[in-house]
Write a protein that binds this ligand. Sequence first.
Ligand code: ZN
Length: 157
Amino acid sequence: MEIKFMVDTNVGKLAKWLRLMGYDALFFTGENDSGMIAIALAEGRVILTRDTQIMKRRIVTNGQLKAILIKSDKPGEQMRQVITTLNPNHQYRPFTICLECNQPLLESSKEQVRELVPPYVFQTQSQFMQCPSCHRIYWRGTHWQAMTKKLEKFMEG
Ligand SMILES: [Zn+2]
């Protein structure tokens, strides 16, 4: 089963990187830990946090809710800790989840995006994905390539 995440505000940068890898990673924006824990429990999400108090909660210590205490404050090391802990053989699937709103992307035909992307992009790219929620369009352009390169570096250490 695919692992889903609940990203605490104290490790917020992880949300984007996990989405880039193709993981469903919800970023917690609420006020209190109890709200975050309730959602994680209801949706079967693994909590990522730097908050030791969360790790001490009975629901976590008894194994009902999975949580990972993130050790480093550097995003690269944080990513490595998460992936090596949970899924060391993960094959990442970039281009599947919206980096902004965590929605699964849908494929768009070239014609559908003609008016929505810069002409150069339309001419040079053949595959487009769109977020059903924010309608942002993704393609494997230079920005995307730079991000995936950085991610690969993260994972190599
Ligand atoms: Zn979106």
